[in-house]
Design a protein around this ligand. Structure first.
Ligand code: IPE
Ligand code: IPE
Ligand code: MG
Length: 238
């Protein structure tokens, strides 16, 4: 039976469960986010070593603005620390940083740190690290629709390709594998257009506990899948 080929070109992760991880240990949610940031750092390096070309991390959804102000502040402080601490590593690992989401609404320090890292890694080609920040899949689709409308194109020119070119992921392949930690079985407004034919992997592991061994389990599971894209099993190459 044909199997999906090896390492996914694009992995997208919904890093969920920081709060519950902390709660289980009698720690504050902040400590959960700190631990989650350490996991993110390790998983970026591991994906790069494994030859993943695009990694997307759901870092902050547009809906996450409804969380307590202190928690939001802490999440962006951690982001800034991560970016400052990792700049050199990202450059050395040849990892290009990109943002999916509306950057203008982010705190100033976060915008500044992101702009610097994006600028310094602009020529890096081995892997693209997308941080979904202030991200909403529906908003991304509406934004693309508005951009196309503003071009006054004839209706037949609005193709899937033309549409995809107006998304934050322009020029990048769709995710092959979407991983969600913490046992939740939902997309939470993540990559709605791009997820059309993604394979899903759900694990009860909370994000701070998601390590290289867990990643390998997800990849082994993915490698055993049959991706059909609408065809019958018999139509697929052996
Ligand atoms: C994911 O962990 C991090 C963000 C959404 C920013 P959560 O903070 O959602 O953790 P739980 O779901 O409350 O356990
Ligand atoms: C999704 O997690 C967003 C991120 C991981 C950044 P949430 O914890 O916000 O998702 P819901 O609210 O449980 O769906
Ligand atoms: Mg959550």
């Amino acid at each position: 039976m044909p199997r999906s080929t090896g390492i996914p070109a694009h992995i997208a992760i919904i890093m969920d469960g920081n709060g519950r991880w902390a709660q289980k240990r009698g720690l504050s949610r902040s400590e959960g986010h700190c631990a989650g940031t350490r996991t993110a750092k390790d998983i970026v390096t591991r994906c790069r070593e494994l030859g993943v070309r695009h990694l997307t991390l759901y870092t902050f959804s547009r809906e996450n603005w409804s969380r307590p102000k202190d928690e939001i502040g802490l999440i962006f402080d951690l982001l800034v620390q991560y970016l400052r601490g990792e700049l050199q590593n990202l450059v050395e690992q040849d990892i290009h940083l990109a943002v999916l989401g509306e950057m203008a609404d982010l705190p100033f320090a976060a915008r500044q740190a992101l702009s610097l890292v994006m600028q310094k890694t602009a020529d890096c080609r081995t892997m693209t690290l997308n941080l979904a920040l202030n991200y909403s899949g529906r908003e991304e689709i509406l934004r693309a629709a508005r951009a196309l409308a503003a071009k006054n194109l004839p209706p037949e020119a609005i193709t899937e390709t033309a549409f995809a070119d107006e998304l934050y992921t322009k020029g990048q392949p769709d995710p092959d594998l979407i991983i969600r930690t913490s046992g939740e079985l939902r997309l939470s407004n993540y990559l709605l257009f791009q997820a059309a034919y993604a394979e899903f992997y759900f694990t009860d592991t909370l994000w701070p506990d998601f390590d290289a061994a867990e990643l390998e389990r997800a990849l082994a599971d993915y490698a055993g899948r049959q991706r059909r894209f609408g065809r019958t099993g018999e139509q697929l190459p052996a």
